[in-house]
Design a protein around this ligand. Sequence first.
Ligand code: PMP
Length: 424
Amino acid sequence: MSTSAAASSGHARLQSGTGAYDVEAVRRRFPILERRINGHPLVYLDSAATTQKPLDVLDAMDAFHREKNANVHRGVHTLSVEATEVYEAARDKVRRLLGASRPEEIVFLRGVTEAMNLVAQSWGRANVRAGDEILITHMEHHSNIVPWQMLCEQTGATLKVAPVDDRGEVILDAFEKLLNERTKIAAFVHISNALGTVNPVHEMARMSKQVGAIVVIDGAQATPHEKVDVRGIGCDFYAISGHKMYAPTGIGALYGRHELLEAMPPWQGGGDMILSVTFEGTTYNVPPQKFEAGTPNIAGAVALGAAVDFLDGIGLDRIGAHESAVLERMASALREIPGLRLIGEPGRRAGSVSFVVDEVHPHDLGTVVDQEGVAIRTGHHCAQPLMERFGVPATARASIGVYNREADIEALVSAIRKAIEIFS
Ligand code: PMP
């Protein structure tokens, strides 16, 4: 059987499964899980940094290059028309994933970082003035801090930060109190990459809308774990990252309400974002092309579409149920290790658990568990202010995806115990 035939028959198997979650069938979709690391089977617990890629995505990307590769939008030849069709079909899949009403509301970009910079530099530069305020939270990834700091420097606006409590949850009363008629933008993370906290984004969006702020959500860690509905949340912008949801690096998307995208100035100039160019002046294209200057990451977009199909094929509800069971079990197993402390004990958690171990630096811990084949992340997770809030320079973080299972928890716990033995 060819790889693609195997892929499609496997896909059909996953799709037909409505009963118990078959983690072994899911794992067979991921060739990299067959690797051995330092003599041990790979135990991949770093999906919050980047997920592994299933055959469905690898094959879609390969098939695009083999069968349809051409540049999009400009050609009349057959391949260009076909490439445009699959690129635009991928846009519609992302629209469906996020519950947006029209494909024009989906802009393909490199990822969340680029999306936040686009909103800051386009909507922000056009609408934010000296004396205005931008509200974020203390648990943001640097990509949802620095673009707003830059916008504040450029405009004279002020950055406000809603505090986080000891459990690792945004203090909602304080968030609400920080909102006022000067707040132009409220930008916050849906699910924290550093703590695993699932924020009450509906509530936070509602509060922000009451003062007329636009709501920008960092959904990097949300789309792989739960069904997102941008209209239900009531946000204006929602940024996602392909590589966190089983697609390759270098592709992501920004949902923006059509009315806002239409009114916003472009942020990068070049091909494709124009209707006509003369030396006297240029007429810009309509959204989303207005924000997609230059040849886009066509194969990446196609692969992102395949990742959406992959998630749909299993079902995000089933993924959510399986992953919460694994994560809960992992958090309990970690709590039982003497000298280990979880950083953040939020009421709702998805994706990640962060922790520190007495006497063992997170980097040493990461190195020792790697010797056992276990891949975890150690460091500040691009959330230095949050690390400071919890009084630690770094944490170790175990994060999960569709392929993780009970045996991975056992491997993690035993590797951590080994590290503690070495360093005690
Ligand atoms: N926000 C969060 C919560 C993240 O986890 C990440 C990636 N670590 C980012 C933003 C940045 O996303 P990207 O890699 O797509 O730029």
